[in-house]
Design a protein around this ligand. Structure first.
Ligand code: M6R
Length: 366
């Protein structure tokens, strides 16, 4: 049942090229310039009239929401706010009839996310669910939605659910951009093409498995770890840190790289592994200077870089090379080596990867 892998988590990591394809199958056709999902087509006016989009979720799904904030705002120019469902439900938030609330949940059973939806509905908002489990409570409670087609995710640490959530939300952003004319024709088509070939790139980046294993051997006894990224890769840094914490029990923090100098830089010494997501796109020069700041304080640098990069390589102790992708789609690629790294560290530490202590696959109590 683990398909020849030692753990479900590894199986699910390796399923990502296929399940991303399953998620966009029948919805995305780059040649024809089409991106459509029934739940959106049927409610397109709600999205186009929305004064803002509110995203509610927990854990990894909340990280997917953060990626979506960047993508939707950039592509479709609709203001987006992302909230932890547990905070949203108890803070008497302002919810308007013209708000579209997107609830993201792999299981579709998370109690706080469910409560956030109910509150949004009571206040007249339109609720759109992005769930993996078909027929789950959240998918039933939402007015409309789009399923991720990741298949059953057994490992408690979410992997393929995250990348398929990002796939759905990127398609949503592209669909709205098309309707609103907020992306140029050429950009729109370029993103469609790129999204269609993302599974190939994910396949390619899975070949970093060996190098991540080597890196894991070096850092398996660390007690702390920092993950840094900027822009689209800031949420990926948060997700990388969460993955390490939950399965290896190593304390890890994710930060937007530029926030380092507002505090966390004090933690850096020669014992501190710092994982920096530094692809060639986006804020490359800025992240290079952040890496220099870490280097001058003797931190150990593990960098995720675009293939062929030399500048970051020179500054780093270890590099993990990934294929080139545009900035907005890069989380689908950059997140993969971080999943692998956590996996190998957890295995080397003898942890129960699929069933980490104190955690449940779906959190049905608040
Ligand atoms: O089923 P959900 O997506 O609503 O679950 C939300 C979180 O409980 C979940 O993502 C959790 O953070 C994972 N264990 C992370 O790997």
């Amino acid at each position: 049942e683990k398909g020849g892998y030692d753990h479900f988590m590894m199986k699910e990591i390796y399923e990502q090229p296929n399940v991303i394809k399953d998620t966009y199958r029948g919805r995305l056709n780059a040649n024809k310039g089409i991106v459509q999902m029934a739940g959106i087509e049927d409610n397109i006016e709600k999205f186009l009239n929305a004064e803002r989009i509110l995203i509610v979720a927990c854990g990894t799904s909340w990280h997917a929401g953060l990626v979506a904030e960047y993508v939707i705002e950039e592509f479709a120019r609709i203001p987006v706010e992302v909230e932890y469902a547990s905070e949203f439900r108890y803070r008497n938030p302002i919810i308007n009839k013209k708000d579209v609330v997107i609830a993201i949940s792999q299981s579709g059973e998370t109690a706080d996310t469910m409560a956030a939806i109910k509150l949004a509905k009571e206040n007249g908002a339109f609720v759109f669910g992005v769930c993996n489990v078909v027929g789950s409570s959240i998918s039933r409670e939402s007015h409309a939605g789009a399923y991720t087609h990741a298949g059953p995710e057994i490992g408690v640490a979410s992997t393929k659910a995250f990348t398929t959530q990002i796939t759905v939300l990127t398609m949503l952003a592209l669909r709205l951009a098309k309707a609103k004319g907020t992306l140029s024709n050429s950009d729109y088509h370029r993103y469609l093409m790129e999204l269609e070939i993302i599974p190939e790139k994910v396949k390619e980046v899975l070949s970093t498995n060996d190098i991540t294993k080597e890196i894991a051997l070096k850092f398996k006894d660390s007690t702390n770890c920092l993950y840094l990224g900027r822009g689209y890769n800031f949420p990926v840094a948060l997700e990388g840190a969460l993955k390490l914490k939950e399965i290896s029990y190593i304390h890890a923090e994710g930060y937007p790289a530029a926030e380092m100098k507002h505090g966390p830089i004090a933690l850096i010494d020669e014992q501190m592994p710092v994982i920096v997501i530094a692809p060639k796109q986006g804020h490359y020069d800025k992240i290079v200077s952040n890496i220099q700041e870490i280097k001058s304080r003797s931190g150990k640098i593990i960098a995720v870089v675009t293939k062929g990069d030399t500048q970051v390589r020179e500054l780093s102790d270890y590099v993990i090379e990934i294929p080139e992708t545009s900035d907005a789609l890069s989380p689908l690629i950059t997140t993969i080596p971080l999943q692998l790294l956590s996996y190998h560290i957890a295995v080397l530490r003898g942890c129960n990867v699929d069933q980490p202590r104190n955690l449940a696959k779906s959190v049905t109590v608040e």
